[in-house]
Design a protein around this ligand. Structure first.
Ligand code: S3P
Length: 435
């Protein structure tokens, strides 16, 4: 299967963006360990989130759907039941890493697996802190999948200085800390997304957090909640850039998550000259949301520093596309973490940018892209995506500014985070076709 993305004359209209992936995983997990029934609305119904949902069901949690909302019957921190079969997390680093923390405090053994891409991703980053806390967790050769977790007599809180800026690692530690009587303190060098902290607070945990420091003190239960999930900022990012780089565009995205630890892309695009208006500010639980209006714009180059990287890690591929149609040379410092995502995203994007005839190069630890300006039209080409959803969607958006069209390989991967992408894109005027 291929996705064909053709030149578009402009995007128009208004859409509601489906629920946030990071928050959906956390809502399901926190609801499952609360003491009672929680209701979740606007859950992201992507393959990644459904794999977490199915794993929780395999672990004895009853989850049903009524009138568009999910009802989760929580069983307390240690109330999960052993699964007969290995738990399968598909493509999802978030699902497997967060659940590893939680499974480390259960009184049964678990085996955790995933797809080919997840099987290549580094797990040492969670094995190391969880083992320090007393968990019995190991991977196969080189600390890769499958992960095996066996019961531990004693899980202790930890004082931990993060080695990589990763919300998944931070969250694995926080979930494991729910099984300990002692406190946990996590110090970060760069700020990573704080959805777990906000969700724990919402469920009544004894947690305090500032930009780079999180402390969880002993908490014996979560109270069930009503959770409304904000629209996914990372999904919105594709349409934000689409409207900025396509001529005659004016679109509105409703109820988008505006968590400050997620929206560095928005701030960068505004600095680059993007015409983006943020309005109707409100909040869903502890998470801020707003509506966005985006119009075609002439963009200047951007400078991404190492401190910016964790905040826009998932948006770097689409920011590379925006930079390709900007004026001047954009620079991105210390973006090595891109190599450890669903694919080696640096390599995947370099390949595609070369096919787009966009000059790009590595200068030490700085990646540079020479923008060709707003009027540049891409040659026809086939974009390889390495079965990576964000690579596929980035090139799909680039195709809107093509001479005629570009082809995108394995667009099925898009279902891992944004199954509605093609249809919502068409609603706005994207010329997408499946062949
Ligand atoms: C996520 C954290 C990020 C991000 C991923 C979702 C999360 O990964 O890339 O898509 O929900 O915690 P890392 O924490 O590994 O950087």
């Amino acid at each position: 299967m291929k996705l064909i993305s053709k030149f578009s004359k402009g995007l128009h209209g208004e859409i509601k963006i489906p629920g946030d992936k990071s928050i959906s995983h956390r809502a399901l997990i926190c609801a499952s360990i609360s003491d009672g029934i929680s209701r979740i609305s606007n859950l992201q119904e992507s393959e990644d989130v459904i794999n977490t949902l199915n794993s929780l069901k395999q672990l004895g949690i009853s989850i049903s759907k009524e009138n568009g909302s999910y009802f989760v019957e929580g069983k307390g921190f240690k109330g999960l039941k052993q699964s007969e079969n290995p738990l399968y997390f598909g493509n999802s680093g978030t699902g497997i890493r967060l659940m590893s923390g939680l499974l480390s405090i259960q009184s049964f053994s678990s085996s955790l697996t995933g797809d080919e891409s997840l099987s290549k991703r580094p797990m040492k980053r969670i094995i190391e802190p969880l083992s320090k806390m007393g968990a019995n967790i190991s991977g196969s050769r080189e600390d890769k999948l499958p992960l095996r977790i066996t019961p531990s007599e004693n899980i202790n809180g930890i004082n931990y200085e993060m080695k990589v800026a990763s919300a998944q690692v931070k969250s694995a530690i926080l979930f494991a800390s729910l099984g300990s009587q002692s406190n946990t303190k996590i110090i970060e060098q760069s700020i990573s997304r704080d959805h777990t902290e906000r969700m724990f607070e919402y469920f009544g945990a004894n947690i305090s957090y500032s930009e780079k420091e999180t402390t969880l003190k002993n908490t014996d239960k979560f109270s069930p909640q009503n959770i409304q999930i904000p629209g996914d900022f990372s999904s919105s990012a594709f349409f934000i850039v689409a409207a900025l780089i396509s001529k005659n565009s004016n679109i509105t995205l409703r109820e988008v998550g505006m968590n400050p630890s997620r929206i560095a892309l928005l701030n960068k695009l505004v600095e680059m000259g993007g015409n983006i208006r943020v309005f109707n500010h409100s909040s869903f639980g502890k998470e801020p949301v707003a509506d966005l209006n985006i119009k075609s714009s002439i963009l200047n180059s951007c400078e991404v520093t190492s401190d910016d990287v964790p905040n826009l890690i998932d948006e770097l591929p689409i920011l590379f596309i925006a930079s390709s149609f900007a004026e001047g040379i954009s620079s991105f410092k210390e973006i090595d973490e891109l190599k450890h995502k669903e694919s080696d995203r640096l390599k995947a994007m370099q390949d595609g940018l070369n096919k787009m005839k966009i000059k790009n190069f590595l200068d030490g630890n700085v990646f540079c892209i020479e923008g060709m300006g707003k009027n540049y039209k891409l040659p026809n080409f086939l974009a390889e995506t390495y079965y990576d959803h964000r690579i596929a969607m980035s090139f799909a958006i680039a195709g809107l500014n093509s001479n005629s069209s570009i082809e995108i390989a394995s667009p099925e991967s898009i279902n891992t985070s944004f199954p509605e992408f093609i249809n919502l894109g068409k609603t706005l005027g994207c010329n997408f076709e499946i062949s």
